[in-house]
Design a protein around this ligand. Structure first.
Ligand SMILES: [Zn+2]
Ligand SMILES: [Zn+2]
Length: 405
């Protein structure tokens, strides 16, 4: 065994021993968050539980970072490269922790405790970032823009799932709101005196259906009408729809948005309505860093978990971790807590998130995050591979790099 390998192995062993000492605290943390669900931007108690635990372990904790009351940044180590570990802790309205973010929180905190137990032997820095509102609001998007991820060399997180996966992507997702303004008149008014905004909207939907037939099968375009008139005895003067534009690649989603905008412009032109077209900054597609993913997979294997290779036909959602992966090298790994077929955002998944399998995923997630941090901080070759890969993706336009702070 060379010196590097033996150093990493010794550090991992010490981190795992520390994690084992704290296993009951971490399971209690996961269960406490699960039984006290707080929705997006209101995760006051969950954020405090994590920040208090990390502060007690010697982390320098800054609460309310990026102007978000329920965000925090906790750093341990005085110099060297910095590896970020993201904690999510928001619940879903009505459903509680149906996405299992209590496990993400416990795993991130556990990794922090395990690495802090190495004290000055940690060859770099670990930064646990508390990121609110993944389920709506995009906490990470806001924190990125406000510089909270600046200075990090990489970021990682785990999410509960029904399989162990290290490099599944996610869809880029744009939210578009379309409003047509016409002229409302009584339906019996003379022909030509009113302009129906609803007619423009119907043309837009017909155009969107035609566009869908020409899209790549990896893209999605869905819309609903939220306002289409007040009463049938009035020509609708205003119509509003919301659309979701999603694709496996950010650039394709943006190109699709532009084609969709031209359809809306065409509908406005044809009906003599006025168009308002607003795009909310959405979630970008996840570009998993393969160098980190390989190290993470090896650590999951060492913990006795079998990693399923991702195929080209994965079902994917969207996550604000996608934006992080577009800014710095990152992974969003999945750890199994339930049998396949149980979907996220369900009662069954919520139950799994506070089961023995859920507890084990929090502990294994903490272990794999800590072990991979040690790999990245001790193995210069791996660190350089990670950076070179990100630079190549950036040159190809697949990722963007950090936004201007
Ligand atoms: Zn979710
Ligand atoms: Zn989730």
């Amino acid at each position: 065994m060379d010196l590097l390998t033996s150093t990493a192995a010794a550090l991992k062993q010490a981190a795992l021993a520390a994690l084992n000492d704290r296993r009951h605290d971490l399971i209690a943390l996961s269960r406490a968050i699960h039984s006290d669900p707080e929705i997006a931007f209101q995760e006051t108690r969950a954020a405090a539980r994590l920040a208090d635990l990390l502060a007690a372990a010697g982390f320098a904790v800054e609460r309310g970072v990026g102007g978000l009351a329920t965000a925090f940044r906790a750093e341990f180590g005085s110099s060297g490269p910095a590896i970020g570990i993201c904690a999510e802790y928001d619940a879903l309205p009505e459903l509680g922790h149906g996405c299992g973010h209590n496990i993400i929180a416990a795993a991130a905190a556990g990794a922090g405790l395990a690495l802090a137990a190495l004290g000055h032997r940690l060859p770099g820095r670990v930064v646990v970032i508390g990121t609110p509102a993944e389920e709506g609001g995009g906490g990470k998007v806001i924190l990125l823009e406000r510089g909270v991820f600046h200075g990090l060399d990489a970021a990682m997180m785990i999410h509960p799932a029904t399989r162990n996966l290290v490099d599944r992507g996610s869809l880029a997702s744009l939210r578009v709101e379309v409003t047509f303004h016409g002229r409302a008149v009584h339906a019996d008014a003379p022909p030509g005196s009113g302009i129906s905004a609803l007619d423009a909207m119907i043309q837009l939907f017909a155009g969107a259906n035609a566009l869908r037939a020409t899209m790549l099968p990896t893209a999605r375009l869905h819309g609903i009408i939220v306002e289409g008139g007040v009463t049938p005895t009035m020509v609708p003067g205003r119509a509003v729809a919301r659309f979701s534009v999603r694709a496996t690649e950010r650039q394709y989603a943006e190109a699709l948005r532009d084609r969709f905008r031209r359809i809306a412009e065409g509908a406005a032109l044809a009906t003599e309505t006025e168009l308002e077209f607003t795009v909310a900054p959405g979630y970008e597609n996840m570009v998993p860093n393969q160098a980190i993913a390989r190290a993470f997979a090896a650590n999951l294997n060492a913990l006795g978990r079998t990693v399923t290779p991702t195929t080209g036909h994965e079902r994917m959602g969207s996550t604000d971790m996608g934006n992080v992966s577009q800014a710095i090298p990152a992974i969003h790994a999945y750890l199994s807590i339930a049998r396949e077929g149980i979907s996220g955002h369900s009662v069954a998944f919520r139950e799994a998130a506070c089961s023995p399998e859920g507890d084990q995923a929090a502990l294994d997630g903490a272990a794999a995050l800590a072990m991979t941090t040690i790999d990245l901080l001790t193995n210069r070759e791996l660190f350089r591979q990670m950076q070179d890969e990100f630079a190549a993706q950036r040159a190809a336009g697949r990722v963007k790099g950090l936004p201007e702070a």
